[in-house]
Design a protein around this ligand. Structure first.
Ligand code: FAD
Length: 394
């Protein structure tokens, strides 16, 4: 009886898991199930929204995994995982048995306060790339000079902690060059955010007063939203936006809920193997899992995938797992095409939790008198994207 690993989701987590499991085990059968034939990455989607890059730049697919790495790719939607019977059930009713399953389905949204599945197109979140990216890009393009762009930034935890702030930076870059009388308001559902000092300093330096950030308890809290009319009620006033980028609060993707993998909105896992605490032989990685203090990032999803693939390959061969496995993350953000900042960390997965290794990470220096670090980090951001996508999708 051949061993089979079934992977659900072909984004950063799932695709990396497939590629690396093949590196660690040349015989195991690997089946990757993904609902979309094309995958548009969220990394660099902010550059597309602001007109710096085109959609083609962020387009990836699973063809190379299938052709070069002996991964069987099935394009289908998964209804649920039946942990009792070690099987994955597709939307069309087909049943696929597994020895182990890896699940990396990403996020879903909490539709509340007036934001719904049906009206999201009027106030696109653009935190699942593709159609949503284009919607927001088009709305920004047709905004009048002197208009107000409002971004609502979600409560923790959410996909890509620096993402909303990189987005307003690049939108400010676009507005400065095309519609300089416009302004940007960020309504934050939190009190602070990732790389805050660096962002606030960079915004002043590059864009003067164009970007206004309102913390949760200083006018940021959203009470309700009317996407169609682009109106938002905060606890202080009603704001009418010209473009409204509403990023709702988040939870694990639906398939995780339907498969009994979720407790309190997210999938809780054993840190050393990412095996679910609720369903045996099912490993959850990427944004759907809780791997605190790792952020929900593509980089995190891919290192979690590498560790999980390695541990599964060892478990299948009845070898001891690597103990403790190490993980890493770096998130670059662009404030303009030549101005980058970053945060990095290295982690050790211990018995009860994942621990950041002291002294092994940090953020860009606040002081960069001649600006050469910011220029270099912008180059690193592009280089990161190129190496990461090559490592995963080629
Ligand atoms: P995803 O990449 O979302 O993949 C999930 C896949 O599962 C999807 O392809 C989906 O179609 C599939 N799927 C879901 N349900 C089913 C089902 N039922 N059946 C079949 N298939 C299914 N991270 C970085 O590291 N660096 C960055 O610079 C960066 N920039 C970002 C910028 C923005 C604006 C945003 C929003 C995010 C950014 N991120 C970045 C974060 C990154 O995009 C996510 O953390 C990453 O995509 C998580 O990978 P994942 O595998 O968990 O989920």
């Amino acid at each position: 009886n051949k061993q089979r690993v079934v992977i659900v989701g072909g984004g950063f987590g799932g695709a990396t898991a497939a590629k690396y499991l093949r590196k660690y085990d040349k015989d195991v059968e690997i089946v990757l199930i993904e609902q979309n034939k094309e995958y548009y990455t969220c990394p660099f989607s902010n550059a597309v929204i602001s007109g710096i890059e085109k959609m083609d730049f962020i387009k990836q697919d699973l063809n190379a995994l299938q052709k070069n790495h002996k991964v069987k790719v099935i394009y289908a939607s998964v209804r649920k995982i039946d942990g009792e019977n070690n099987s994955v059930i597709l939307e069309n009713g087909e049943v696929i048995k597994y020895t182990k399953a890896i699940v990396s389905p990403g996020i879903d949204f909490k539709f509340e306060k007036g934001y719904t599945k049906d009206n999201q197109k009027y106030a696109p979140h653009a935190v699942q790339a593709g159609e949503q990216t284009l919607l927001l890009q088009k709305q920004l393009e047709s905004m009048k000079d002197g208009g107000t762009f409002v971004l609502v930034s979600p409560a923790d935890p959410f996909r890509c902690p620096p993402g909303p702030y990189e987005r307003v930076s690049l939108i400010a870059y676009y507005l400065k060059n095309n519609k300089p009388n416009s302004k940007i308001i960020i309504l934050d559902q939190k009190e602070s955010f990732s790389k805050q000092g660096l962002f606030l300093q960079g915004w002043k330096e590059l864009y003067g007063d164009m970007i206004e950030w309102r913390a949760g308890s200083f006018g940021g809290k959203v009470i309700s939203v009317d996407p169609k009319n682009k109106k938002i009620v905060t606890d202080e006033e009603e704001i009418e936006a010209d473009v409204l980028n509403y990023i709702p609060n988040q939870k694990a993707a639906k398939i995780a809920f339907d498969s009994g993998l979720v407790e309190n909105d997210w999938c809780h896992v054993h840190p050393k193997t990412f095996e679910s605490k609720l369903v045996k032989n099912v490993h959850v990685i990427g944004d759907a899992s809780i791997a605190t203090p790792m952020p929900k990032s593509a980089f995190s999803a891919s290192t979690q995938a590498k560790v999980t693939a390695l541990q599964i390959s060892r478990l299948l061969k009845k070898q001891a797992i690597i103990n403790p496995p190490k993980l890493a993350n770096t998130c670059y953000s662009l404030l303009n095409p030549n101005y980058g900042i970053s945060v990095a960390a290295v982690y050790s997965a211990e018995d009860k939790s994942i621990v950041a290794i002291e002294g092994a990470g940090g953020v860009s220096p606040l002081k960069d008198p001649d600006g050469h670090i910011r220029v270099l980090e912008a180059k690193y951001a592009y280089a990161w994207y190129e190496t990461q996508t090559k490592d995963i999708f080629k």
